[in-house]
Design a protein around this ligand. Structure first.
Ligand SMILES: Nc1ncnc2c1ncn2[C@@H]1O[C@H](COP(=O)(O)OP(=O)(O)OP(=O)(O)O)[C@@H](O)[C@H]1O
Ligand SMILES: [Mg+2]
Length: 417
């Protein structure tokens, strides 16, 4: 029986608060997991950026990646480490790179999800290259934007086909505004999407491996209040629908960590944005939901590292397409079947058994940690990076108090149980 260490790497960008919490809780866990004859410990380290030999080995078993959607040296290092060294990474870098919002809409429409009607329109402007003029002259059909707008109906949303971060998203109420916004859209390739209007509820489902967390969302609130503190805002059946939707999307695209936005109108939940493979992880947006995210991240990455979960190098969409092709099967049954494929890929049952056996103390350790000055100072660091100086104390207190309210509710739930 050997004592072995698995290494988890954090590939970070502007993240400040969650890595500090992740590292501290991991240390307090003092893991020594009996696993297949060995005793397994876990070390965590921040991944640095440096030249690398493609043939050099990778010292990590798992990497939590927050950087590679915009920092490509790290992205290519991660890719080489997957194909050469057996690295497990959250998320699949090829899927992050190539599966835009557009593909995610199209694929999930095919699986039967009620995505609002969505059109793509050629861009208003182009970078001038020698081939552009002859190509467009020969093949680009003149089109009437007003006709497309009328087909979809108003209000509609114009947003980049590869969107993220609310960039260039506009809500458009009439044809004149549509024409104006299109004129202004420049080289960006846009979608026009029917608005879910009016909606009576907006939920974000965060998925991390097989774990999910539902948050009621208020898009009109200031940033620190968009993830609301509401509880019990959907029925059990709706919760299952939203969780199965998120897990299906995540398993389909190889995104272990992703969030899915859905809006409810007349009792139907419409997914409208679910290509978010680097979800918001900051205490300044998540506040009372922040501990869930840190704990879920720990549980999933420790499970993957200890068990040496193999990284799926191919996305393998066939099982989903097979279910989609069952013509007479109602959508809810199909969704359950998709979610069963996701449960297989995320090894849900094995993961839950692993957590119950080896990480039974994690919730308590994290609960204690989120009451410490170390946690508070991590929150303050993040607030300092985002807010003007005179608001730092006020907002540090706000987020701290929300996390303490979560702690009190957790304790209450345990005492009441
Ligand atoms: N079809 C729609 N119906 C109603 N509201 C919509 C629709 N599409 C987008 N919105 C609103 O616009 C916001 C931004 O759109 P979307 O989420 O698609 O863009 P994004 O750039 O990916 O945003 P983020 O990065 O914040 O997730 C949504 O959170 C929602 O409030
Ligand atoms: Mg969004």
């Amino acid at each position: 029986m050997a004592t072995v260490t698995r290494k988890i790497g954090l590939s970070l960008g502007a993240d400040i608060c969650w890595p500090i919490c992740y590292e501290n809780i991991l240390e307090h866990l003092k893991l020594a997991v009996p696993w297949q004859g060995d005793t397994v410990g876990i070390e965590v380290e921040r991944v640095t950026i440096e030249p690398f030999d493609l043939r050099q080995p990778c010292k990590y078993d798992v990497v939590l990646d927050r950087l590679t959607h915009w920092y490509h040296t790290s992205r290519e290092w991660i890719k080489k480490s997957i194909v050469m060294d057996g690295l497990y990474v959250l998320n699949n870098p090829w899927a992050v790179q190539s599966m835009e919002k557009h593909t995610s809409y199209a694929a999930m429409m095919h699986l039967g999800m009620p995505i609002p009607e969505t059109w793509m329109v050629p861009p208003k402007a182009y970078d001038v290259t020698p081939d552009h003029a002859p190509t467009l002259k020969k093949y680009a059909k003149l089109f009437d934007l007003g006709t497309v707008g009328n087909r979809i109906g108003y209000p509609l949303f114009m947003k980049p086909y590869d969107g993220g971060g609310w960039r260039a998203v506009s809500r458009i109420g009439d044809e004149a505004t549509l024409r104006k916004k299109y004129e202004e859209s420049g080289k960006t390739v846009m979608h026009l999407q029917a608005a879910v209007n009016p909606f009576d509820s907006f939920v974000r489902c965060i998925g991390l491996g097989p774990q999910t967390h539902l948050v009621k969302y208020d898009p009109d609130a200031p940033l620190h209040d968009r993830y609301t503190q509401a509880t019990n805002f959907v029925s059990e059946d709706e919760a299952t629908l939203l969780r199965d939707t998120c897990l299906t999307i995540n398993a389909f695209f190889g995104w272990d960590f992703n969030s899915c936005e859905s809006l409810r109108k007349d009792g139907t939940w419409y997914p409208i944005d679910f290509a978010n493979p680097c979800p918001d992880s900051q205490v300044t947006s998540l506040h009372r939901h922040f501990p869930w995210m840190v704990k879920a991240n720990l549980k999933w990455s420790i499970f993957c590292a200890v068990t040496k979960k193999p990284f799926r190098k191919n996305l393998d969409w066939e099982p989903f397409y097979k279910i989609a092709a069952e013509r007479d099967r109602p959508y809810r049954e199909k969704l359950s079947a998709y979610a069963a494929v996701a449960a297989e890929r995320f090894e849900t049952a094995r993961f839950e058994a692993f957590c119950a056996t080896h990480l039974a103390h994690l919730d308590e350790v994290a609960w204690e940690f989120f009451g410490t000055q170390t946690a508070k100072s991590a929150f303050r660091d993040k607030v300092t990076a985002l807010y003007p100086k005179h608001e730092v104390e006020q907002f540090t207190e706000l987020f701290w108090n929300r996390v303490q309210a979560w702690r009190a509710d957790e304790r209450g739930a345990k005492v009441g149980a």
